[in-house]
Design a protein. Structure first.
Length: 277
C-alpha cells in the first residue's frame, strides 16, 4: 500500500503557527502543541480588545467634547443645547445644492455667500422642499443621519433644530431613507467613518475639507463661507461614495482601524432587512 506523504503540508502549517507566536517565552515559541494554544488565545484577546479599543476611544472623545463644550453650558449627553446653524441638501438628480440658514444669520449669509455657493433659504423653507422631494420619490441619503443629523434637525427652532421637520422625517418611508453608516454598522458590527470610506473609494486626496469638530468654531468666528463649503462638500462626497461603491461592487474603507470590504449585495440585503423592521 502506498504511503501518504504530507510532510510538506505539515511543515508549512507548523511554520505558519510558529511565525505567529514569534517572540513568546519558553516552549510557546518552538513547541507546536503549546504554540497552537498560545496563538488561539492571542487571537481571542485580539478579537476582544479590538472592540475594547473602540470603547476606550469613544470614552476619551466624550471626555474631550465635554471639556470643550462645558464653557458654553452644554454637555455631550444633553443634546438640547446643540443648535443647528446651517443645513445643506444636495440634489443628485439635478446636481444642485440648496443651503438653509438660521433666521438670525440669513441676511448676513445671503450677503456673503448668496449666488456664489448656491441658493440660500431660511429654515422654514426646508420642510416644504423635503416634502416635495419625498412626494417625487427621492431617497434621503445620509451618513450617520439617523444617529446625529436628523434627530437634531427635527427639533424646534427654539430647541436648536430647524422647525417643522419632525413629523415629516418621522413618517418618511423607510424604503426612501438610507443611512450608509447605519447599514454598514448593521452588516459588519463596525463603525465606518465617512472620511475612511472617502479614502477607500475616492482616494486620500479627496479628504474632507474640515474636521467636523472645527465647523462650529469656524461658524462662531464668522467664517460662514468656509463652513458652508465644508457642508456642501460633505453632502456631495456622501453621494459620490455611494455611487462609486455601486459601480465597483463593494464598500471599502481605509483608516487606522481594519475594515473589511462590504459587497454591494450584502449592503442592499441589510438595507432591505432594516426597511422591514
Amino acid at each position: 500500500m502506498a504511503r501518504v506523504k504530507r510532510g510538506v503540508t505539515s511543515k508549512a502549517k507548523h511554520k505558519k503557527v510558529l511565525k505567529a507566536v514569534k517572540g513568546q517565552w519558553g516552549r510557546r515559541k518552538n513547541t507546536i502543541r503549546v504554540a497552537k494554544q498560545a496563538m488561539e488565545k492571542a487571537m481571542q484577546y485580539a478579537y476582544r480588545d479590538r472592540r475594547n479599543k473602540k470603547r476606550d476611544f469613544k470614552s476619551l472623545w466624550i471626555q474631550r467634547i465635554n471639556a470643550g463644550v462645558r464653557a458654553e453650558g452644554l454637555t455631550f449627553d444633553n443634546p438640547k443645547g446643540w443648535k443647528t446653524a446651517v443645513v445643506c441638501v444636495h440634489d443628485g438628480v439635478h446636481n444642485r445644492t440648496s443651503i438653509y440658514v438660521h433666521p438670525d444669520k440669513y441676511d448676513e449669509v445671503t450677503r456673503i455667500c448668496g449666488g456664489k455657493l448656491g441658493i440660500v433659504y431660511p429654515f422654514d423653507i426646508l420642510e416644504y422642499h423635503l416634502r416635495s422631494k419625498r412626494n417625487e420619490g427621492y431617497t434621503l441619503l445620509t451618513h450617520n443621519g439617523l444617529g446625529f443629523d436628523l434627530p437634531i434637525i427635527s427639533k424646534s427652532i427654539e430647541d436648536g433644530g430647524v422647525g417643522g421637520c419632525a413629523s415629516l422625517l418621522e413618517k418618511w418611508p423607510k424604503n426612501q431613507m438610507m443611512d450608509t453608516c447605519a447599514v454598514l454598522s448593521k452588516a459588519t458590527g463596525e463603525r465606518y467613518r465617512l472620511n475612511h470610506l472617502i479614502h477607500g473609494l475616492l482616494g486620500e486626496e479627496a479628504s474632507k475639507l474640515m474636521d467636523a469638530a472645527n465647523a462650529p468654531k469656524e461658524w462662531a468666528k464668522g467664517n460662514y463661507e468656509e463652513v458652508i463649503r465644508y457642508c456642501i462638500d460633505d453632502t456631495q462626497k456622501t453621494l459620490a461614495v455611494f455611487l462609486t461603491a455601486g459601480n465597483e461592487g463593494e464598500f471599502r474603507a481605509i483608516g487606522k482601524d481594519i475594515y473589511r470590504p462590504v459587497p454591494i449585495q450584502e449592503y442592499v440585503k441589510t438595507w432591505y432587512e432594516m426597511c422591514e423592521h
